[in-house]
Write a protein that binds this ligand. Sequence first.
Ligand code: 4NP
Length: 151
Amino acid sequence: MAKILMVCLGNICRSPLAEGILKAKINERGLSHIVDSAGTSSYHIGEPPDERMIQTALKHGVDISIQRSRQFRVEDFDYFDNIYVMDSSNYKNVTRQCRNNRDREKVDHLLNAINPDMNQPVPDPWYGGEEGFETVYSLVEEACENIVQTL
Ligand code: 4NP
């Protein structure tokens, strides 16, 4: 049973969505893998996801409203098997905390589950308009569908 952590900057838009979508897919299939999410920053600790992200997810039948932001910590390397980051900035912020190669091997870009080795970003919707949230939803949904098929 794999333990999977989704990581972004604020843990209020992209990674809470990735957590919610992957959990929903795991539940639908009767699996019991563990999924969590975290942010590399401390900006939004304790806060619920961004309202625009909550509403976009709800439109697709995924409820992320009870999730709360927490900060990534080095102990996450011990507990989780796979750590998926949303962009190269997250990748740097996580991997600079790696203690060894075993930690480093756990970290990958989420969208490499769609296009291997391309290190494509899930664009940060924080500063953009509503359509950015739909773009994020469809990218994250496709990646999570591919991930759940490997579990
Ligand atoms: P996230 O989006 O990393 O997908 O949660 C952001 C949320 C907040 C901020 C940046 C990105 N911020 O600068 O507060």
